[in-house]
Design a binder for this molecule. Structure first.
Ligand SMILES: *Cc1c(COP(=O)(O)O)cnc(C)c1O
Length: 360
């Protein structure tokens, strides 16, 4: 068996110890005689798996008691509609910060439900930054302020939590959640799909302050009603049981590794290996302003883009996959989530040096 270095943006690499444990437990989970996939979501075995996953997530992120944790389905793209349908609370407008492809998608979808004020945008500079907080034109009557904490495609990340006064801050954290500690109390709502930094596709995590729920849009489907799901422990419908189980194993793995401060230190060391090389080189470059570079998704360009195909082919031959950048931005992108070991990034940089020596 050979495992590759998988730089996919999502679904993405999972920690090997998690996959091994899932394999060991596949046919018979803890003497139950069944796979987790075969269990009733209302049985005591699965209820214990679900409760442990929630407790561990609460511990990792230090989630305050007045926040609900929901394990839902639909992904972040569904949340683009579900968020306004839950969070408008009788108001008619919301503020959005536009930092790239995922922000744009959120804005487009939210426009079906409310008047959307794009309070700041970095479109004019090619989405190479997070607009400085001083430039944001927020509306104090907005229902919420929406940000994308980490633009998975553009590689732009917030390295600060914006102050937005009394208006709840809502964040799409799909690709940065659990990469470092977050002060949850600064947010009204955090959401994200699991398939970047948590577990398999199919699970969507929502963390929401409890006073903000319970005033849904009248046409909101019950399965997406945060209040109803909170009252039902996320079991108003059948939850994505196997994805929750794997996410729970990832949470245990993160705790074993020392929690999110330790992960942040590791992620910073890892990202620095790549960014330092990009900055030292004239053959490769990062398109993102230094202060706003993502620790999780590192887009980079070759000076001569006609070499892109050869670069990708050579990488693949060395067992480094999924380095092609998103079609919206071109070039390359290395996604280096929690599960990517530093050896993977070191191998990539060694290859980049060899490739430059051959073609530079
Ligand atoms: C991947 C991603 C999405 C889309 O997630 P789906 O699971 O496809 O709905 C949305 N936002 C961000 C920041 C992402 O990285």
């Amino acid at each position: 068996m050979t495992r590759v270095f998988n730089f996919s943006a999502g679904p993405a690499a999972l920690p090997e110890p998690v996959l091994k444990r899932a394999a060991e437990e596949m046919l018979d989970w803890h003497g139950s005689g069944m796979s987790v996939m075969e269990m009733s979501h209302r049985g005591k075995e699965f209820i214990s798996i679900h409760a442990k996953a929630e407790a561990d997530l609460r511990e990792l992120l230090a989630i305050p008691a007045n926040y609900k944790v929901l394990f839902l389905q639909g992904g972040a793209i569904a949340e683009n509609a579900i968020v306004p349908m839950n969070m408008l609370r009788g108001k008619t407008s919301a503020d959005y910060i536009d930092t790239g492809e995922w922000s744009k998608k959120s804005i487009k979808e939210a426009k079906k439900y409310a008047a959307i004020n794009v309070a700041a945008s970095s479109a004019a500079t090619g989405y190479d930054r997070v607009p400085a907080r001083a430039e944001w034109k927020l509306d104090p009557n907005a229902a919420y302020v929406h940000i994308c904490s980490n633009e998975t495609i553009g590689g732009v990340e917030y390295h600060f939590t914006p102050e937005v006064g009394d208006v709840p801050l809502v964040a799409d954290m799909s690709s940065s959640i659990l990469s470092r500690p977050v002060d949850v109390s600064k947010y009204g709502l955090i959401y994200g799909g699991a398939q970047k930094n948590i577990g398999p596709a199919g699970l969507t995590i929502v963390i929401v302050r409890d006073d903000l729920i319970g005033q849904p849009h009248p046409a909101l489907p019950s399965a997406f009603d945060y209040q109803l799901q909170a009252e039902a422990d996320s079991m108003l419908n059948t939850p994505p049981t196997y994805a929750i189980y794997i996410a729970g194993l990832v949470f245990e793995w993160l705790k074993d590794r020392g929690g999110l401060s330790a992960m942040e230190a590791h992620n910073r060391r890892k990202a620095a290996v790549l960014y330092d090389h990009l900055d030292a080189s004239t053959f490769y470059r990062s398109p993102v302003q230094r202060a706003d570079r993502s620790l999780m998704n590192v887009p980079f360009k070759l000076k001569d883009e006609s070499l892109d195909g050869a670069f990708l082919k050579g990488a693949e031959a060395r067992g480094m996959l999924q380095l092609k950048g998103h079609r919206a931005v071109g070039g390359m992108r290395a996604s280096i989530y929690n599960a990517m070991p530093i050896e993977g990034v070191q191998a990539l940089v060694a290859y980049m040096k060899d490739f430059e020596a051959q073609h530079g």
